[in-house]
Design a protein. Structure first.
Length: 286
């Protein structure tokens, strides 16, 4: 199995406290939705704004809704949004494909989660109410491929998806997308809504799958790196983060009598490489 048998996670700390859940959509004040060199895309209620050198505004586009993510590819930027006006259910808003130079609207698409493929191409996925799919679009917003899969996209040597389907029990897997709508299935997941995975430099994916941290290689082989705690509540909110030295897993469970209060467990692990004779942290490896 490629790249997964060489990693080991050593527990170096655990703490429990009352606190706020690790919401993945929360951004630090002023942090852009996307950045490429000096170019950055910012979002606010009803506005998408692009800035260049020294924070100078290059263009601004207004619309109904709020941007939640942006992806830059070639001379295009894809912005997904939340809106109360787009559908009669939920917060799904339009996905805007914009010209990077001037903010011109190239196409209005429909999707919840995106990823950049390069050369102005993108993935855009949608899940819910009988929909579970990912579509590929070219720089003009024309659909070029489609797959029956959705989740967290990892673009590198091909495209892997850590699926998320909100089913109990879940049917989700870690899969690979191939041209022509082909989905190569990998191992099943235990968690219907895994948080965003960590991608290590060698392409290994670390996934917080229920109460365990699992590693998935490029060949989709898997192993368990660490066991945390069983999940007892579907409202549990989790995150997995890696800063180049330490791996941090956070699990926030709501109190049964007061769902606005959370007990937050945080585990810290030191990643090391084994099997190839190199025990340096992955951030220091070339």
């Amino acid at each position: 199995m490629t790249g997964i048998e060489v990693w080991r996670a050593e527990a170096v700390g655990h703490r429990q406290a009352e606190g706020s859940p690790p919401y993945e959509w929360v951004r630090r004040r002023g942090e852009p939705l996307a950045r490429r060199g000096e170019f950055a895309v910012h979002g606010a209620d009803g506005e998408i704004r692009a800035t260049g050198a020294e924070g100078r505004t290059l263009w601004t586009r207004t619309f109904a809704g709020r941007p939640n993510a942006a992806h830059v590819s070639g001379d295009r930027v894809l912005v997904t949004t939340d809106s109360l006006e787009y559908t009669p259910w939920g917060f799904l808003g339009p996905a805007y494909l914009l010209d990077l130079a001037d903010g011109r609207l190239v196409a209005e698409l429909r999707g919840e989660r995106g990823a950049a493929l390069g050369d102005g191409r993108f993935l855009l996925g949608l899940e819910g109410y009988g929909i579970f799919e990912t579509r590929a679009y070219d720089r003009d917003g024309a659909e070029t491929d489609r797959w029956p899969s959705y989740g967290h996209y990892v673009v590198g040597s091909g495209v892997r998806v850590v699926e998320a389907d909100r089913r109990i029990p879940t049917r989700g897997r870690v899969v690979r997308l191939r041209p022509g709508g082909t989905v190569v299935p990998g191992p099943r997941l235990n968690d219907p809504q895994p948080p965003r995975p960590v991608v290590l430099p060698d392409g290994t994916l670390l996934v917080l799958d229920g109460g365990a941290i699992r590693a998935f290689g490029r060949d989709l082989g898997t192993t368990v790196l660490a066991e945390l705690k069983p999940l007892t509540d579907t409202r549990t909110i989790r995150s997995l983060r890696w800063d180049g030295a330490a791996l941090t897993a956070t699990v926030a469970e709501p109190h049964p009598a007061d769902p606005a209060r959370y007990t937050v467990d945080t585990w810290t692990f030191r990643l090391s490489a084994t099997g190839d004779g190199d025990s340096r942290p992955p951030a220091s490896r070339t």
